[in-house]
Design a protein around this ligand. Structure first.
Ligand code: ADP
Length: 494
């Protein structure tokens, strides 16, 4: 109780409380002047009354202005002035004495009011700042709770490293994905700098690496795939992302990393690849014998003078060839996936190889002209068949994706360390966003439902792999509706 009264009276305790009392200053001031009136008359009999009363007034004005703001100070001032006027009336001042007293009251009143306003304004400003700070703190606490809830509800593992507190925060999903021990390890071994530098656990370090990079260099990591063996020996595949968190001054204050368990996705993909691999192998054998029979049929029908029959068998052969190309592409894709695409490199004249390919492909289009100016021989060490396959793919694409009566130019640029082969068409072109994607597996720009252009989106993927296995590069320059130029480079033989 006493403590409560003390808190109520102590103005320091009232800081930050913006509900200023009116009743308390009114009652307290009236009470104190009644008491002082009794004191002056009863005890001191009026001696030194003036300075005593002024002292009391100033003390009360300061106190109430500091406790109850401007209103508290002004109430104290008002009651003090009222009391002074009462004294003038009560003591029956006359003439010049009365005038002097009233003048003094006016001056003192003005000073009191000024004092009340200054102290009251200061007090109210301090209160406002405290309140604002309280609100900001409350909001920060609330958003921290919200963030925590969101973190726990996210379907992915999230790691947040705070630079200033050096605390690593992880949600429950991180534990589920990595196994609890590792999380403890991450949490306790953190800051990530130390565990990576000392290399305490290689796998953990790999997971932390993007986080560390984001923290130190501000680099954003997008979908880095990490293979991780848990303590219970289960192998999991994770997709790790990381990004820095910056303040208004663009300084990095934290880093966030997400861990997505893609083991099931990977498993499904592997099973799909296995199926494609198996199916294409199974298709290969009957297809080979089918082609053999078609060849025999072709020979037999050659002796019959029946053009209709010959045309039918020729169409059969063409379709069987297309089917074989498709199966071969499927097999190549699975070879790439399993790392079994082997190359038999030999020294070969690239100019000659391009010329041969152009010669083979020219008959496949009646309306488009393949232009290639054969120049002097350029030697490269490559798998002849595979490079033939790449050139074929680029030229057939150029034929497929450009209108009739448009030319296709094939060029070889002999550079200092490399040779660059280009195939340029004036066809439909590729938008900037799609340019990198066309080299991805099974990627087709055109809508599948439209089926305007046949194909499965394997050719460029296989080409890219073949070229990169030759330590070369493959890229495209293109403009929509204007045409595309595909390039690939090969290192020159020293
Ligand atoms: P596809 O069998 O579908 O042609 P590719 O891997 O060879 O497969 O090509 C992938 C995609 O790239 C194609 O579906 C097509 O949308 C686009 N593309 C390839 N070459 C060209 C080109 N010369 N002009 C325009 N688009 C092309």
């Amino acid at each position: 109780m006493l403590q409560k009264i003390f808190r109520y009276l102590n103005p320091i305790h009232q800081l930050g409380n913006i509900q200023y009392s009116v009743l308390f200053p009114v009652l307290a001031n009236i009470l104190v002047y009644i008491c002082s009136e009794f004191y002056i008359y009863g005890v001191t009999d009026g001696a030194n009354a003036g300075s005593y009363v002024i002292f009391i007034s100033i003390a009360f004005i300061i106190y109430f202005a500091f406790r109850d703001g401007i209103s508290g100070g002004l109430i104290s001032t008002g009651i003090a002035i009222f009391y002074y006027l009462y004294i003038v009336w009560d003591r029956e001042y006359q003439g010049t004495e009365l005038l002097a007293a009233l003048q003094t009251i006016a001056v003192i009143g003005f000073l009191y009011a000024f004092l009340a306003l200054v102290i009251g304004w200061l007090k109210q400003t301090i209160d406002m700042l405290i309140v604002q700070e309280k609100i900001a703190r409350h909001e920060a606490e609330e958003s921290a709770v919200q963030l925590q809830t969101i973190l726990q509800q996210l379907p992915v593992g999230v790691l947040i490293f705070n630079k200033s507190t050096k605390a690593l925060l992880g949600n429950k999903q991180v534990e589920d994905i990595l196994g609890s021990q590792v999380t403890t390890e991450i949490a306790t071994v953190a800051p990530p700098e130390s565990s990576i530098q000392s290399g305490t656990n290689h796998a953990v370090s790999e997971i932390q690496a993007p986080l560390l990079k984001a923290l130190t260099t501000g680099e954003v990591t997008n979908t880095k795939e990490v293979e991780y063996v848990r303590k219970d020996e289960r192998k999991v595949y994770l997709r790790v992302n990381a990004a820095p968190v910056r303040n208004k001054e663009q300084e990095i204050i934290a880093a966030v990393s997400t861990l997505d368990d893609i083991t099931e996705e990977k498993d499904l993909e592997r099973r799909k690849d296995d199926f494609v691999n198996m199916a294409s192998h199974e298709l290969k054998t009957p297809l080979t014998s089918m082609k053999l029979y078609i060849q025999m049929l072709l020979r037999w029908t050659a002796s019959y003078k029946n053009p209709k029959l010959q045309k039918t068998v020729a169409t059969m052969q063409m379709q069987a060839d297309r089917l074989q190309d498709l199966v071969n592409d499927l097999l190549d894709v699975s070879r790439i996936q399993t790392g079994k695409l082997s190359l038999t490199k030999e020294r070969c004249n690239l100019t000659e190889l391009v010329a041969e390919t152009v010669e083979v492909l020219q008959p496949t289009t009646k309306t488009q002209k393949l232009r290639f100016e054969q120049s002097k021989p350029i030697y490269v060490e490559v798998d002849r068949f595979r490079i033939y396959q790449v050139i074929t793919n680029l030229i057939t694409n150029a034929i497929k994706y450009s209108p009739a009566n448009s030319d296709i130019s094939i060029n070889i640029a002999n550079k200092r360390n490399e040779v660059v082969v280009s195939v340029a068409d004036k066809g439909i072109g590729i938008s900037p966003e799609q340019r990198e994607k066309v080299f991805e597996r099974l990627y087709q720009v055109t809508d599948n439902t439209e089926r305007a252009y046949p194909g499965l989106g394997m050719g460029l993927y296989i080409s890219k792999e073949i070229i990169s296995r030759h330590k070369g590069r493959i890229w495209v320059e293109s403009e929509l509706e204007k045409g595309s130029t595909f390039y690939f480079s090969l290192p020159k033989v020293k």
